[in-house]
Design a protein around this ligand. Structure first.
Ligand code: WT7
Length: 660
C-alpha cells in the first residue's frame, strides 16, 4: 500500500508511446482510444454488440445484448450460442492459420516442442471425443490439476468444446485445497499428471489428488485421467484411474462442435476472499471470450507475427485468459513454459526471450524484483547478457509494480523502447480493466493509467460519490462488462454481498482495491481494502490462514497480517497464541517450523508464513477485536505511535515486537 501512495505523490516521469509502434498500433493514439470510449458512452450496448459480432463466430446470433433485469446477475448476449473452443481453434483453420505455430512449449529441462493450430485442433478433438465417449455431458464439472503443458490447454479446450465446466487447481495447492474444490464443484472427473517438473525436481501431483479423493464426499468423481509427464511410479485405483494415452486411444481427430448458450458456465476458478473459504468465481462463455480476444488485440497490440509469452500458470486467471483462451482466440503464436525463472539459472526468462524471439512478454512484479536481485549478484544472468531486441511490448500483472522495478524492467528488459503495460484486473473481471495502451498511452511508472474502452471505472467514497482527483477511495466499475464474474458458484448471496454492496446501490461492482486518480486522470492502485493479502501476485485471505493455524492442536489463537516485502510484495506474518505457555527461543523455532509446514500442507507453499511470533495474547480492544493495524506496525519492527488507549492489554505489544 505504501508504494502506491508514495509513488503517486512523487512520480513525475512520463514515457510517451514510441512513434513507430503507435503509427501501426491496433489502437493508434489517444484520439483512437477516446473515440472508442465515446462510442461506448453514447451507445453502450451497441458498442459491445458490434464488437461481439465482429470478433466471434456465433452458431446462433444473439439479439439481446445486455440483460439487466436481474442485476447484479447480469447477462450478456444471452439468446446467442457459440462454441468457445471452435472460436479458438476451428476459426483459425478457416482463416489461414492452420499451419501457424499455436504453441511453442519449453519444458523445464529446455526441451522444445511445437504444435500448429491444425495439430492442436486435432489433439483437442481427440480428447473431446474421448470425454464424450466416456459419457461426460455439458454442464458437468471437471477438476484439472496439471502442470504447465500443452496437455493442460488441451484439457481446458476439450472441456470448453463439450460445455463441461472446468475448474483448474494450481499445482502448488494441497490435497485439502483440492478436496474443498472437488466438493464445492461436485466434479465428475479429475484430470491430473503423475508429477510435475520444476527446477530439475519432480513434484508429485497424483498423490495429492488421491489423498483428496480419499477425504470423502467425492463420490461424484467417476474417473481420474492421468497424463504421464515424469515417468513417476504412482498408486493406481483400478476402475477409476486411466492413463491419458489409453483414455483417448482410437478416438478420431475431428469433432463437430456444438454451440452453447453465451451464458453457459465456462469455468469456475477459486480465489481467496476476506472470509475463510475461497470463492468459486464463475465465468460465462461469450462475454468472457470476447474480452479475452479483444484485450489481446488492444493491450498487447497483437499482430500476426507476434510471439507472445505470458509466464503465468494456467492455475490462475492470468493463465486462463492469456494462455488457454485469449492467445488462441486471437490466433497468436505463444510460448508456454513448464519451469521456474531461476532454473538452470536466473537468466532463464531472458534466454528464452532470445531463443524464441518473443515480441510480447507478460510477467509479474514479484518475478521482476527477484530477477533484479539475481542479476545484481551475477552479471551472467543480467538481461544485458542476452539479445532481447525482439521484444516490442512488456507487461506486468498481479500487484502494484513499484516505480523502481518498473524503471528497471523498462530499461533492462524493454531496452527503453518497449511500452510497459501495467495491467490492473482480477480473477473476477475476466480480463484487463485498467491498463496503458502501448500505441496510445504515455506511461507513468507505477500507474495502470486508464480504463479500457467500455469499462466504466471510478473512485468513490463509502456512499458511492466520486471523490476528487488526488483523493483516495474505493475502486468501482459502474456498469457491467461482458467478461465479469457471473456468480460465486453455489452462493449467490455471497456474490451480491462481496461485489455489489447495498451501500453503493447494489448494482455497482466493488473491486476491493483502494485507488486514486491524479491530476491527469491516471489511476493509481493502492492495494486491497479488505483482509486479503497479495503474496507474489497471489491472493491470500488472512482469515483463511488463520483458520488453518487455529485448527492445529497446539494453537489457541492466531492473527495473520501482511508485511511489505522486497521480493514477494507482501509476506505472511502470523501472531500465534499457543495453548501451552509462550515457548523459549529454541522451542519456539521448532514450533514455528511445525506450524509453517502445517499451513503449507493444508493450503499450499504460497501460504506459508514467512515469520511466526508467539505471545501469551493478541492486542485486542475491550470489545475483543484484534487490532491488526498494530500488528502490522509491530511486524515491520516499527515503534507503535498509534493510539493504544483502547487496548485491553497494551503490554502485549512489546512481547510480540520481538522477532524469533
Ligand atoms: C488483485 C487481483 C489480475 C490477475 C492476477 C491477480 C491486485 C492485480 C494489479 C496491478 C495493482 C494489481 C489487486 C487485485 N492487482 N493486478 N496491475 N496493479 N494491483 O488476480 O488473484 O484475482 O488478484 O491483484 O489487488 O484486486 P487475483
Amino acid at each position: 500500500m505504501a508504494n502506491g501512495i508514495e509513488s503517486v505523490l512523487v512520480e513525475t516521469r512520463v514515457f510517451p508511446p514510441p512513434a513507430a509502434l503507435a503509427a501501426k498500433a491496433n489502437i493508434a493514439g489517444m484520439d483512437a482510444y477516446r473515440a472508442l470510449c465515446t462510442e461506448a458512452e453514447r451507445d453502450f450496448t451497441g458498442f459491445w454488440a458490434r464488437l461481439a459480432r465482429e470478433q466471434l463466430q456465433w452458431t446462433r446470433p444473439f439479439e439481446q445484448v445486455l440483460d439487466e433485469s436481474q442485476a447484479p446477475f447480469y447477462k450478456w448476449f444471452a439468446d446467442g450460442e457459440l462454441n468457445v473452443s471452435a472460436n479458438c481453434l476451428d476459426a483459425n483453420l478457416q482463416n489461414g492459420r492452420a499451419d501457424k505455430t499455436a504453441i511453442i512449449f519449453e519444458a523445464d529441462d529446455g526441451t522444445v516442442s511445437r504444435v500448429t493450430y491444425r495439430e492442436l485442433h486435432a489433439r483437442v478433438c481427440r480428447f473431446a471425443n474421448a470425454l464424450a465417449a466416456a459419457g461426460y455431458q455439458a454442464g458437468e464439472r471437471v477438476i484439472i490439476y496439471l502442470p504447465m503443458s500443452i496437455e493442460a490447454v488441451v484439457a481446458m479446450q476439450a472441456c470448453a468444446r463439450l460445455g463441461l465446466t472446468h475448474s483448474v487447481v494450481f499445482g502448488g495447492f494441497s490435497a485439502k485445497s483440492l478436496h474443498e474444490r472437488l466438493l464445492d464443484t461436485q466434479a465428475v472427473l479429475a484430470i491430473t499428471a503423475d508429477a510435475q517438473m520444476r527446477g530439475g525436481r519432480r513434484i508429485p501431483l497424483k498423490p495429492a489428488l488421491d489423498d483428496a479423493l480419499a477425504m470423502g464426499g467425492c463420490e461424484a468423481v467417476r474417473q481420474v485421467v492421468v497424463y504421464r509427464r515424469a515417468g513417476e511410479d504412482v498408486a493406481w485405483t483400478e476402475g477409476r484411474d486411466t492413463w491419458w494415452s489409453e483414455f483417448e486411444q482410437g478416438q478420431p481427430e475431428t469433432h463437430q462442435a456444438q454451440g452453447f448458450n453465451a451464458e453457459h458456465p465456462l469455468f469456475i476458478l477459486y480465489t481467496s476472499g476476506s472470509t475463510g473459504k475461497p470463492k468459486g468465481v464463475q465465468h460465462g462463455s461469450g462475454g468472457y471470450l470476447l474480452w479475452a480476444k479483444l484485450t489481446m488485440q488492444w493491450t498487447f497490440d497483437l499482430k500476426d507475427e507476434d510471439i507472445f509469452w505470458c509466464t503465468a500458470d494456467v492455475g490462475w486467471i492470468t493463465g486462463h485468459t492469456y494462455i488457454a483462451y485469449g492467445p488462441l482466440a486471437a490466433g497468436a503464436t505463444q510460448i508456454i513454459f513448464e519451469g521456474v525463472p531461476t532454473y538452470p539459472d536466473a537468466g532463464r526468462f531472458w534466454r528464452m526471450i532470445q531463443s524464441h524471439k518473443a515480441t510480447v512478454f507478460y510477467t509479474a512484479p514479484t518475478a521482476i524484483r527477484s530477477l533484479i536481485k539475481s542479476s545484481e549478484a551475477d552479471a551472467k544472468v543480467h538481461p544485458a547478457s542476452f539479445d532481447l531486441s525482439s521484444l516490442r511490448i512488456i507487461g506486468s500483472v498481479g500487484e502494484p509494480i513499484n516505480p523502481e522495478a518498473w524503471m528497471w524492467y523498462h530499461k533492462n528488459v524493454g531496452g527503453e523502447r518497449c511500452p510497459v503495460v501495467d495491467t490492473w484486473w482480477q480473477t473476477e473481471t475476466g480480463g484487463h480493466m485498467l491498463t496503458p495502451l502501448p500505441g496510445a498511452t504515455a506511461t507513468k511508472p507505477g500507474s495502470c493509467a486508464f480504463p479500457l474502452p467500455g469499462i466504466m471505472a471510478a473512485v468513490v467514497d463509502e456512499t458511492g460519490n466520486e471523490v476528487e482527483r488526488g483523493q483516495g477511495g474505493l475502486l468501482v466499475i459502474k456498469r457491467p462488462w461482458p467478461a465479469m464474474i457471473r456468480n460465486v458458484w453455489g452462493d449467490p448471496e455471497r456474490f451480491k454481498k462481496s461485489y455489489f454492496p447495498p451501500e453503493l446501490g447494489g448494482t455497482i461492482y466493488l473491486a476491493g482495491d483502494g485507488a486514486q486518480r491524479d491530476a491527469d486522470d491516471y489511476f493509481w492502485i493502492m492495494g486491497r481494502i479488505d483482509d486479503v493479502l497479495n503474496v507474489s501476485g497471489h491472493r491470500l485471505g488472512t482469515m483463511e490462514v488463520e483458520s488453518v493455524l487455529v485448527a492445529h492442536e497446539l494453537v489457541a489463537e492466531a492473527a495473520v497480517i501482511g508485511r511489505p516485502d522486497d521480493v514477494t510484495g507482501e509476506a505472511v506474518v502470523a501472531f500465534v497464541v499457543l495453548k501451552q505457555s509462550v515457548p523459549g527461543d529454541e522451542e519456539a523455532a521448532q514450533v514455528a517450523k511445525t506450524l509453517r509446514d502445517w499451513v503449507s500442507k493444508e493450503i499450499g507453499p504460497i501460504a506459508k508464513p514467512k515469520e511466526i511470533r508467539f505471545g501469551e495474547n493478541l492486542p485486542k480492544t475491550r470489545s475483543g477485536k484484534i487490532m491488526r493495524r498494530l500488528l502490522r506496525t509491530v511486524a515491520q519492527g516499527q515503534e507503535v505511535t498509534q493510539d493504544t488507549s483502547t487496548l485491553e492489554n497494551p503490554a502485549i505489544l512489546q512481547q510480540l515486537g520481538k522477532a524469533l
